[in-house]
Design a protein around this ligand. Structure first.
Ligand SMILES: Cc1cc2nc3c(=O)[nH]c(=O)nc-3n(C[C@H](O)[C@H](O)[C@H](O)COP(=O)(O)OP(=O)(O)OC[C@H]3O[C@@H](n4cnc5c(N)ncnc54)[C@H](O)[C@@H]3O)c2cc1C
Length: 482
């Protein structure tokens, strides 16, 4: 029997897996998709929030501030790009000032350091491209930006380096109680017996909970749509620019990304289906219109893609974290909507403590290594280091993605690491081929070839992303005589 099974490989499940890999227990993470970080974790604003807008006394307020403070260390250990660029919430009229000042008050109650109110002119001195109509802003120096999928992938890899097992393409479809634990039935028809189960299934966490305990919360998916702009617009602002929040959420933001692009969004729209991640013309128009209020001259001609993510909004109003009533050893980590990414490192430590006390105690491994083997970003190496790398492995001399300057050597490494890529989008998330200006037009076919070769599968079995998303169906052109 496995000691602990984590259901769901988003940023929450992966970081919990990493925390638990510090202990001498057998931990398994099961993920229904072909990669970790394939749910909400791959499609959000990527902001490490300072923590001024959560209601004081809530789990969101507590874990946001605690999680934010952990980012420098955790991203350092895991080699994940993170920048404390600071954030500004802007107010456009005297009517919005009470809301702005209440954010400052809540922030202070939550323990957010360094908050400062700035006049409209002070704001424009920091950010010259912002609107002249801004009258005041709340500045939070601890706000940051991160690559969310990188964090989840790196955490899963580091957890595996420390002994965690990962099973991809493994969907839990039912759970039975057994003597001393639970039997998880999977869509493949097999069963996993485990003493402890941790529900990190994001948009599906209410379904998973209801398999073992009385229903007590419901997840309402809320879609948010975004534009991503080319790196030519990446310096439009240097801070993350929020508007005053509305009952629907934190409102539309404009922010640089850690990779040097500009991101604009999201709107907020309730949807029925937890898989509806398509963008809409109406949603994107609303995003653009609202963002123009903050900065009137964003060059939307430089948009390179758009995307949507779904918030796992719980009907309880706060994160749901703890042992489910009447189900000993079954822990919910559910309803982790924003600021879930920011809170994730602190939630992981908290859940590991809960699990440890369930077992009575757990022994620390003496050889736990928190540091992930760094990823080589070839284009960022000095010339001598590049030459040495190519001499050692000529695959680093072959550029596959011209937009982001990614080499074959980096792609091969991303496939063969623990929690390695198995799909075209898996490579894209780890290294960025396909995220540049051409959006994969040039490198896509070459990435398919490399995946097929390294995974020893035919090209017709290489998937874009989810199960059944094959890119090629067969031969379309035969050579001479074919
Ligand atoms: C529009 C938007 C903007 C956001 N912006 C921010 C932000 O700027 N800052 C911030 O802090 N937070 C933000 N968030 C919130 C943040 O993205 C989430 O809190 C976080 O990604 C949640 O991670 P998770 O691991 O709980 O969920 P997910 O990433 O969805 O992971 C759940 C995983 O469970 C798997 N799963 C589901 N069912 C099963 C099953 N039956 N068997 C096996 N596996 C299963 C799924 O495939 C998925 O991989 C935003 C969210 C959205 C949608």
């Amino acid at each position: 029997m496995i000691d602990i099974t984590i259901i769901g490989g988003g940023v929450i499940g992966c970081l919990i897996g990493r925390e638990l890999s510090r202990f001498q227990v057998k931990t398994l993470l099961v993920e229904k998709d072909s990669d970790v970080a394939n749910g909400t974790t791959k499609a959000n604003s990527a902001i490490v929030h300072a923590g001024f807008d959560c209601k004081p006394g809530t789990l969101k307020g507590k874990f946001n501030v605690e999680g934010n403070a952990m980012y420098d260390r955790i991203c350092g250990e895991l080699s994940v790009p993170f920048k404390r660029n600071g954030s500004l919430v802007v107010a456009f009229s005297e009517e919005e000032l009470p809301e702005l000042h209440s954010l400052e008050k809540k922030g202070k109650q939550n323990g957010v350091p360094g908050l400062e109110l700035l006049s409209g002119d002070e704001v424009r001195r920091k950010e010259p491209r912002l609107s002249k109509t801004i009258v005041e802003a709340l500045y939070a120096p601890t706000g940051g930006i991160v690559a969310p999928w990188d964090l989840a992938i790196a955490a899963a890899e580091n957890a595996m380096d420390n002994g965690m097992e990962l099973r991809l393409d493994t969907e839990v479809v039912n759970i039975e109680r057994i003597e001393g634990g639970y039997r998880l039935l999977t869509a493949k028809g097999d069963a996993i017996e485990t003493r402890v189960a941790i529900n990190c299934a994001g948009l599906y966490s209410d379904h998973i909970h209801n398999m073992v305990a009385e229903p007590c919360f419901k997840i309402i998916p809320r879609r948010g749509e975004y534009f991503v702009l080319d790196k030519s617009e990446g310096n439009h602002v240097s801070h993350t620019i929020f508007q005053c929040p509305t009952p629907n959420g934190k409102g539309i933001l404009i922010s640089p990304s850690v990779h040097g692009n500009l991101i604009v969004g999201p709107n907020a729209e309730q949807v029925e289906n937890p898989d509806h991640v398509e963008t809409t013309a109406a949603g994107l128009n609303a995003v653009r219109e609202a963002a123009t209020k903050s900065s009137p001259d964003v060059a939307y001609a430089a948009v390179i893609t758009s995307f949507a993510g779904l918030r796992s909004t719980p009907d309880t109003g706060d994160f749901i974290i703890g042992e489910a009533k009447g189900a000993p050893g079954f822990f919910d980590v559910a309803g982790i909507e924003s600021p879930g990414l920011t809170s994730a490192p602190a939630i992981a430590v908290h859940v590991a403590r809960l699990v440890r006390s369930f077992f009575g105690n757990l022994t620390f491994k003496t050889d736990f290594n928190p540091v992930r083997r760094p990823v080589v970003h070839f284009s960022q190496l000095p010339n001598e280091a590049k030459a040495a790398r190519i001499k050692k492995d000529p695959r680093f001399g072959r550029i596959v993605c011209r937009c982001e300057r990614i080499t074959e050597g980096e792609i091969v490494d991303a496939i063969h690491r623990n929690a390695g890529a198995t799909t075209v989008d898996g490579i894209k998330r780890r290294l960025r081929p396909g995220m540049g200006r051409c959006q994969g037009g040039f490198c896509g076919p070459r990435v398919v070839e490399i995946l097929a070769r390294e995974l020893h599968i035919p090209m017709t079995e290489v998937r874009k992303d989810r199960p059944a998303s094959v890119l090629l169906t067969g031969v379309t052109k035969m050579g001479a005589g074919g």
